[in-house]
Design a protein around this ligand. Structure first.
Ligand SMILES: Cc1cc2nc3c(=O)[nH]c(=O)nc-3n(C[C@H](O)[C@H](O)[C@H](O)COP(=O)(O)O)c2cc1C
Length: 271
């Protein structure tokens, strides 16, 4: 079991248990291609996690954290296993864990650090964040890579969490790329059939158990929040986001709330 309350707690934990070199701080890397290129190199080398700060054009503290589970040791620690667990044993443990996992529903809290800075209406500007162009030839800058996209089924109330890439398209515009069988797409279609936009929240910067759970293809009707709770051994602390009323992790770094209009009404090229 691993019980990191948030990404900061995980970072403290890996530097505390695996050594301070486990996270390499890099100042001055450009968000266009530098961050992506350095991350790719370090991922290939099974190098440290990377904390980019002082990104040109952005204030200090507007950071990008990458390669967070880029080694067997970091993956093991993220999943609550001993750091020395080998790669094959991690796979064995994961298979075993998925068979005996008992889902635990999230715990609602009234407030949390994610509400420390809230921007609404004309004040919204996604351009304040150093979203990188990760690769040469990418069709834009992606703020959401290992993100969590939250939607709620309008009939049953089931809350789905999935990872779908999110590209910044303007001050208050984000595009999401979802393959045809993705649950958020099926949920959005229910709203669209009723002539409504689909409320949506995109979470950027959460602990690695939430990132892992978001990418699990849980059956329709089962919330990945409950799986994350089972993996943690305690319910994820969530609060109801003020704009969308969707449950979001109280300790997330960034939550972007909005609405997903029908594809025929608004869609953009990305990729
Ligand atoms: C890092 C990462 C990025 C992903 N990006 C996408 C994506 O852009 N679009 C997509 O449809 N699936 C993507 N996936 C896969 C989905 O997150 C995964 O299939 C998940 O189960 C979907 O959730 P759902 O079953 O609730 O729809 C990604 C997975 C990971 C781990």
């Amino acid at each position: 079991m691993s019980a990191f309350r948030d990404l900061r707690h995980y970072i403290d934990h890996i530097t505390g248990t695996l050594g301070k070199d486990e996270v390499l701080r890099i100042d001055g890397a450009d968000r266009d291609l530098d961050i992506g290129g350095i991350t790719e190199l370090m991922a290939e080398k099974e190098g440290p996690a990377l904390m980019f700060d002082n990104i040109p054009g952005f204030p200090a503290g507007y950071r990008v954290f990458t390669n967070f589970m880029g080694t067997a040791a970091r993956t093991a620690v993220a999943l609550g296993l001993p750091p020395e667990t080998g790669k094959l044993d991690i796979v064995r443990e994961w298979k075993d864990l998925s068979k005996r996992l008992e889902p635990i529903p999230p715990v609602e809290v009234a407030t949390g650090p994610v509400l420390e800075n809230v921007l609404v209406g004309d004040d919204v500007d996604l351009g304040i964040f150093p979203a990188p162009q990760w690769h040469d030839g990418d069709g834009g800058r992606y703020i959401g890579t290992a993100c969590m996209v939250i939607t709620r089924d309008p009939d049953s109330g089931w809350v789905n969490v999935g990872t779908y890439r999110a590209c910044v398209q303007g001050r208050d515009r984000l595009s999401l790329w979802m393959l045809g069988n993705r649950h958020a797409k099926a949920i959005a279609e229910k709203y669209w059939q009723r002539g409504l936009n689909c409320p949506i929240a995109v979470v950027v910067g959460q602990d690695p158990i939430l990132s892992t759970a978001a990418a699990i293809a849980a059956p329709s009707g089962m919330s990945e929040y409950d799986l994350a709770g089972g993996l943690r051994g305690q319910g994820v602390e969530v609060l109801y986001a003020p704009g969308s009323d969707l449950p979001v992790p109280a300790y997330a770094e960034i939550v972007i709330e909005g609405e997903l209009p029908p594809v025929e009404e608004e869609s953009v090229l990305e990729g």
